[in-house]
Ligand binder design. Structure first.
Ligand code: AMP
Ligand code: MG
Length: 411
């Protein structure tokens, strides 16, 4: 295999690539109940005030605050209990000077009450009368109309990934439908190689292997909020790959080809991508291990990725480039990958000018987190299965010594 001449660091590769991507997924309207994980296409405003009526925030008595001023344990204020506010209804009676109404958390505060005394600050020795032992200020323990949300105010910004609590907020406002979200980008997946067969193949012929990458990359896409189309396995035939990619391009928002990215006689992905249109291949070779022979291209304003065939390299490189690409196509903030700090359990060498990602298992030793490299030939998917994450060795250092702290990206 000849050397890549124009290998670039991952950050630079991203910038060069993404600067040329002009397409974004369009929008659609969906039901609130279906909106989990989707990304808002524009800001959503509230159609009404929340709460819609003045609500008590405690169990206690609705009062006129002035009637409690100066109240204390030694000199309580005595108020007549005029009744109870029933949940889900307006108070049947209003209060007058010197009166209180029993009220529960979330109950509707009557018109002439302006505060609620917590039940803990009252005594009820005589039927129909309470002693108030603390004063309340006007507005105390009362949620005012619109205090949570005012009509017309923005409740969710554009580009926001909808979470369970957002669904609750929309439902509280009666918004059950018509949520403007970005359409899920469609990622077309192609595995290439004469040796590959469908995973459902029960008995392998000599030299054959089951296709892993379509499955792992598809899973990463789904988790990132995209839809996928898994195409038939493409043999090592440039013309067949060209036809398959050309056919998929109009509907797809992103194309992903795995394998055929090394510089060797049969490797034709880069040449084929360039035949599809301009600007074509922008990066061929990333200063990272595993995953150096990665291709980043743009055709028709759409991102195209060529991943190394090696399943570990493919997964690491798609995490680095494909997952954020989906987030950008969605117009969402890039989900920060969960990461943690750990001490390395052995010397891990690296070359300056290259980012390394080493599969590690996390273990606890005397209350400290350590990262143990999971060794294995890099094409063994089981090195990843046995790992908790990837230890990142930054670009400009020559490795981490045993005991040094490093950053681990969690799966
Ligand atoms: P290549 O990038 O074509 O040189 O492939 C590198 C290695 O990854 C070879 O051992 C391939 O057999 C293997 N490989 C390529 N594609 C896949 C795939 N989809 N699933 C599993 N292994 C693959
Ligand atoms: Mg191959």
């Amino acid at each position: 295999m000849s050397e890549f001449v124009d290998v670039v660091p991952p950050d630079q590769a991203w910038s060069v690539w993404w600067a040329q991507v002009t397409r974004r997924a369009g929008g659609e309207l969906i039901r609130t109940a279906d909106a989990l994980g989707r990304v808002t296409a524009r800001p959503i405003s509230s159609p009404e005030a929340l709460p819609a009526f003045r609500r008590s925030t405690v169990d206690g008595y609705a009062v006129r605050a002035a009637d409690t001023f100066g109240a204390s344990d030694s000199l309580p204020a005595y108020l007549r209990v005029a009744g109870e506010v029933v949940m889900g209804q307006a108070a049947a009676v209003d209060i007058r000077k010197g009166e209180a109404l029993l009220i529960h958390t979330g109950g509707m505060v009557p018109d002439h009450a302006d505060a609620v005394v917590m039940v803990e600050h009252t005594q009820n020795f005589v039927e129909g009368e309470i002693e108030v032992r603390r004063p309340v200020a006007p507005g105390e323990n009362v949620l005012q109309i619109g205090e949570d949300v005012l009509p017309g105010s923005e409740i969710l910004p554009a580009g926001h990934r909808i979470e369970p609590q957002d669904i609750g907020a929309l439902l509280a406002l009666g918004v059950t439908d018509g949520i403007p979200v970005v359409r899920k980008p469609l990622v077309s997946l192609f595995s290439t190689g004469d040796e590959l067969v469908q995973p459902g193949t029960p008995t392998l012929g000599p030299g054959q292997i089951r296709d892993i990458n379509s499955g792992t990359i598809r899973a990463l896409c789904l988790r990132a909020g995209a839809e996928t189309r898994s195409h038939d396995i493409v043999p090592d035939d440039p013309e067949m790959l060209y036809v398959a990619l050309l056919e998929a391009l109009p509907q797809a928002d992103m194309l992903v080809v795995t394998a055929g990215s090394s510089v060797s006689v049969r490797d034709m992905t880069a040449v084929t991508i360039n035949r599809l249109g301009t600007p074509g291949v922008l990066v061929h070779g990333v200063a990272a291990r595993p995953g150096k022979p990665t291709i980043l291209a743009v055709v028709d304003g759409k991102p195209v990725i060529g991943l190394p065939g090696n399943p570990v390299s493919a997964l690491v490189m798609f995490t680095l480039f494909g997952v954020p690409a989906i987030a950008y196509l969605l117009g969402a903030e890039v989900p920060r990958q969960a990461q943690t700090q750990a001490r390395v359990s052995g010397n891990v060498p690296s070359a300056a000018g290259r980012e390394d990602y080493v599969p590690v298992r996390l273990v606890d030793r005397d209350g400290e987190q350590w990262a143990e490299p999971v060794f294995g030939k890099s094409n063994l998917i089981f090195t990843l299965v046995g790992a908790d994450g990837l230890l990142k060795i930054p670009l400009n250092i020559t490795g981490l010594r045993e005991g040094a702290w490093g950053e681990v990206l969690l799966f």
